[in-house]
Design a protein around this ligand. Structure first.
Ligand SMILES: [Zn+2]
Length: 263
């Protein structure tokens, strides 16, 4: 597993810095802002050797060109991306080795058509490793990304993938949207005590200017309405808002996504 440190950027982005013990080389995920990354490199006296991109949006890729001028870094990203700065293209099922760690690539279109996630599996190393997933703008704490390019069906498929990961997997998404997402989750499921607990925990963290991330798959299965389309409570809430029966998980997911857009 990686040591993961947030580099805050813009209003609510996190550029994740990935390090491992024993080397000064680091990788970053979705560097929308080169200056924020350069400040981090200088302050910590480390070398940028790799950049991972989840999707093409400017707040995830805007710093890549400048960083590549200043550093010798490999740029990994989706093969079908309209972003032109990628020199190691990735598709579903690919594996890459980075700082001695294996990352498994999974395509998770929906927010954009080129969106991929990066999963670091548990290994048998000691001390024990915890799985990690870098989900970009797909799975957020208590939320999911807007459907700018893809369909509800595609995002539902992506959510099914995240649900299939080990429960202890740590989730690193790109935005600090947790409190707004939790306010919506509480509107969908007012009686869900886990959501109330998460609101208290995240409020304390934000009051202390700390990130609310990472979340875990186990927590998200309990609080995230975009992973809970199979539950009677979320189905009922979605049907109330739509005013019609919803007979598939995709239809329920889609109704919840539409509701959130107007929340
Ligand atoms: Zn995006």
């Amino acid at each position: 597993m990686f040591n993961v440190t947030p580099i805050p950027a813009f209003n609510d982005n996190y550029i994740w810095a990935l390090t491992v013990p024993g080397t000064d080389d680091i990788a970053v995920i979705d560097p929308g802002d080169a200056e924020a990354v350069n400040d981090y490199l200088t302050q910590n006296n480390v070398n940028l050797t790799a950049i991972l991109i989840t999707h093409h949006h400017d707040d995830h890729t805007g710093g890549v060109a400048q960083l590549c001028l200043q550093h010798s870094a490999d740029v990994y990203g989706p093969a079908n991306s309209p972003f032109k700065g990628i020199n190691h293209t990735l598709t579903d099922g690919d594996q890459i080795e980075l700082l001695g760690q294996q990352l498994i690539i999974h395509e998770v279109p929906g927010h954009t058509l080129d969106h991929i996630s990066y999963f670091v599996a548990e290994s048998s190393n000691t001390p024990p490793n915890i799985p990690q997933v870098f989900s970009g703008d797909t799975l957020f704490l208590a939320g999911c990304g807007r459907l700018f390019e893809g369909s509800a069906e595609q995002m539902h498929t992506a959510m099914e993938y995240f649900k299939s990961l080990p429960d202890n997997t740590q989730i690193y998404c790109t935005h600090e949207y947790s409190l707004a997402n939790l306010a919506f989750a509480a509107a969908v499921e007012p009686d869900n005590a886990e959501i109330s607990t998460a609101i208290k925990r995240c409020t304390q963290l934000r009051d202390a200017h700390q990130p609310t991330l990472p979340s875990t798959i186990a927590i998200e299965k309990q609080i995230n309405p975009f992973l809970r389309y199979h539950t009677a409570t979320v189905k009922h809430a979605a049907e109330q808002v739509s005013g019609a029966p919803l007979n598939s998980e995709v239809a329920i997911f889609s109704a919840i996504r539409d509701w959130k857009n107007q929340f």
